[in-house]
Design a protein around this ligand. Structure first.
Ligand code: AMP
Length: 305
């Protein structure tokens, strides 16, 4: 495995690989890699000839009072994870390499960023879209793998690629959960033992929502208020948002209709962490509920015990 820290070396190397007829799978990350990231690498490895992982804590996507300085890092263990997944290139640039001069170009994806994390972190998605556009420019034509754990982020990236005609195929991968349902996140390291227990309220409230839709509830307002009620009454949890939106354009809907994807997304402060989670679901033409609750670390669908 090769560790590359310079943009021109990365671009040249990947250009040469493409000339040799090899397909590129790209997994952008901020490091402190866990089984969720590793699932993206494994999926990239199955689909592509060469996998490149970027590890870059992007200052642009952190608000002024957020956790940029304290964001967890462990490069050695990240390298071990990438090696174990058969990654060929790790791109690990410095902030100066990524942003050699102050940025005068900012990529904003409108509409999709009005709600959820876009509302509570107003500068976040411009930071994400800008760094992702830069990384896509550096990597070149590729399949790029993103986790549904960050549902709104995938929607933003897919739209960015479409609107700017970028030569990238965005592949969505399921949310990887711990056995008890907690969505894996680098920020779970901020949780002490009681907070780790309290954090289960996020996934549990989302699973309860899926159950209520499975039992026939179709009124979005009712579903959303039940979600707010169950998450908000959980010990040690302060809700940031809990919403049910259409999956394609992330807008509000009156009722849950057949044939459309919806997403129930939550963000909450638990102990020292701000955590997010979501489930997406569709009613098939016969009215049967198809819900994506995510996967376990071995890739099998997550099933509640
Ligand atoms: P991050 O390092 O948090 O910026 O995440 C890098 C990529 O890993 C993003 O595409 C995330 O959506 C994805 N990711 C993070 N956590 C998970 C998870 N639990 N399951 C699946 N993908 C994840």
């Amino acid at each position: 495995m090769r560790i590359i820290s310079h943009v021109d070396e990365l671009s040249r190397t990947l250009e040469a690989a493409r000339r040799d007829g090899r397909s590129i799978g790209f997994v952008p990350t901020m490091g402190f890699l866990h089984a969720g990231h590793r699932a993206l690498m494994a999926q990239a490895k199955r689909a592509c000839d060469l996998v490149v992982v970027s590890i870059f804590v992007n200052p642009l996507q952190f608000g002024v009072n957020e956790d940029l300085a304290g964001y967890p890092r462990d490069f050695e263990s990240d390298i071990a994870a990438c090696t174990a997944e058969g990654v060929e290139i790790v791109f690990h640039p410095s902030v100066e390499e990524m942003y050699p001069t102050p940025m005068r170009t900012v990529v904003t994806v409108t509409g999709l960023t009005d709600r959820l994390c876009g509302a509570s972190r107003p500068t976040h998605f411009a930071g994400v879209a800008t760094v992702v556009a830069k990384l896509f420019g550096m990597v070149g034509p590729c399949d790029a793998f993103f986790g549904k754990k960050d549902y709104q982020q995938v929607a933003v990236v897919k739209r960015l690629v479409r609107d700017l005609s970028l030569p990238v195929n965005v592949v969505e991968c399921p949310t990887v959960r711990e056995d008890d349902g907690l969505a894996m996140s680098s920020r779970n390291t901020y949780l002490d033992v009681p907070a780790r227990q309290n954090a289960l309220a996020l996934s549990r409230s989302l699973f309860a929502l899926v159950d209520s839709i499975g039992a026939g509830e179709r009124n979005r307002l009712q579903i959303e208020s039940d979600l707010v009620q169950s998450l908000g009454s959980s010990q040690g949890v302060t809700i940031d948002y809990a919403e049910v939106l259409t999956g394609d354009d992330l807008t509000i809907t009156e009722s849950i209709e057949v044939g459309r994807e919806y997403v129930a997304a939550v963000a909450a402060r638990v102990g020292a962490a701000r955590l997010i989670d979501n489930v997406s679901f569709t009613l098939d033409p016969s009215g049967k509920l198809l819900a994506d609750l995510g996967a376990l670390r071995d890739g099998l669908p997550f099933v509640r015990s």
